[in-house]
Design a binder for this molecule. Sequence first.
Ligand code: CP
Length: 309
Amino acid sequence: GKHLLGLQHATPEEIKLILDVAKKMKKVVLSDDKKIPYLKGKAIINLFMEPSTRTRSSFELAGKYLGADVINITPSGSSMGKGESFRDTLLTLSYMGTDAIVMRSSAEGAPLYATKAVDPIIINAGDGAHEHPTQALLDMFSIIERKGSLEGKKVVIVGDIMHSRVARSDIYGLTKMGADVHLAGPRTMLYPELEKMGVTIHHDVREAVKDADVVNVLRIQLERIHSALYPTNREYARIFGINKDVLSLAKDDVMVMHPGPMNRGLEISPDVAYWDQSVIQEQVRNGVSVRMAVLYLTIHGGDGSELAY
Ligand code: CP
């Protein structure tokens, strides 16, 4: 087995393999019988130390569709709430014969630490502002599904890049796969060093969105913003909010994405969120297939050629 900590060190071939297997998994998910028990007899623990709706539920469904036993642990319902350390929690879970731990944490590097502390396969489901690899994989999957490929596509990521693990993983993945990545946001939510990641930075969202194939709107992370340096919600919505007027500058067939959860009316207008060129619901749907591919490839191994689809 192999860990999935992020996309920074992933190769384009590895990303392509996950996306190819995810395509097969999507056929399974859309079929009458979603159970393909390649992980029968395996145990997966979802250790989520930050809130989640999409990632946790889709990892749980993905594991169950593959026949694994999946359980969920949260700090308030576990002995972490009584002060048990992160390391002791990991050791305790690994003594139970766990094959994989899917982990979300507010601490950057927590999954890397876990790989050194215990034996199970570690899958990063979001660590602070560092990486959220399965979100980026499902984002790339959703773009390919609608646009055919990533190569040369202008993808604009708008918003709070600084606090966004989704943005970082998206940037690593999209640039490796040949997309033309642009970032837009207030100066306090973007730092110039990001240009070293092979992206173009804009502070004028209208300029950024011009001729875009894809506009990926990020959530303003109110829980990570505690400073007067940031715009107020009203300023942000007025200057950087994505609405039909801004999108009129993009390509006619622009697709709109958002990782969720949305602050509707803040970073994205409600009419855009539920527009037929928005794939936000499809992103959620694709999350299950992509996480099935990740669990299959990390825990079971192989290249997916045994899959019937
Ligand atoms: N996109 C995402 O990670 O959503 P959750 O926080 O609900 O898992």
